[in-house]
Design a protein. Structure first.
Length: 202
């Protein structure tokens, strides 16, 4: 990645500050004035980047998904490893900001934006399944089920007021994937030790 411009740095700082305030106080309780104060900049600067909270929220989730995609590309993950890495990173981000992540994804789904970041998750999943040897139609059906496993797990944690612990959620998600289609278990189960070595440098 090249050197960021002053404008790009300012934009990222606004989004980072907003994430913390949204998670702490709730999205509906945070104003642009509070975000500006937290980011140590003028309120007008925030408005120069984002016209409203909805636009800011979509930018945040778009950046999160783009960062995950860049991570998977840098690690050269393909096939089943791509799928596990993609959702493990999603789970990691969700555990940092559970309330915010859920709200951001829901808003993105309902935005009907042509560049919907949640669609990117589905497209990456389909791509990984095709690379793993699945036909196009089968890949699309499985992608819906895999995405549903992630959304269902997050909802389960919310409605049961459970602590969002990354390692526990990853383990439960891997188990869900193995339940999706018993006949394809061998093809969907990656070399987790290899993934962990790549991720943590061990």
């Amino acid at each position: 990645m090249g050197k960021l411009s002053k404008k790009e740095k300012s934009r990222l700082k606004i989004m980072h500050t907003a994430k913390g305030l949204f998670e702490k106080n709730g999205i509906d309780s945070v104003t642009f004035a509070q975000i500006a104060e937290g980011a140590d900049m003028c309120r007008s600067t925030v408005f120069n980047h984002f016209s409203n909270v909805t636009e800011l929220m979509l930018a945040i989730i778009s950046q999160e998904i783009e960062d995950i995609r860049d991570y998977c590309r840098e690690k050269s993950y393909t096939g089943k490893d791509l799928i596990y890495s993609l959702f493990d990173k999603l789970i990691e981000d969700t555990t940092y900001y559970p309330m915010l992540a859920t709200r951001l994804i829901n808003n993105a789904i309902l935005s009907h934006d042509m560049q919907n970041p949640v669609k990117t998750i589905e497209e990456m999943t389909v791509s990984g399944l095709k690379e793993a040897g699945y036909e196009d139609e089968e890949s699309r059906y499985l992608a819906v089920m895999i995405s549903g496993a992630y959304f269902g797990l997050v909802n389960h944690y919310h409605i049961n007021d459970l602590n969002f612990e990354r390692k526990k959620m990853e383990k439960e998600f891997h188990r869900l994937l193995n339940k999706i289609d018993g006949t394809t278990r061998q093809r969907l189960t990656p070399n987790l030790r290899h993934l962990q070595m790549n991720r943590y440098g061990r």
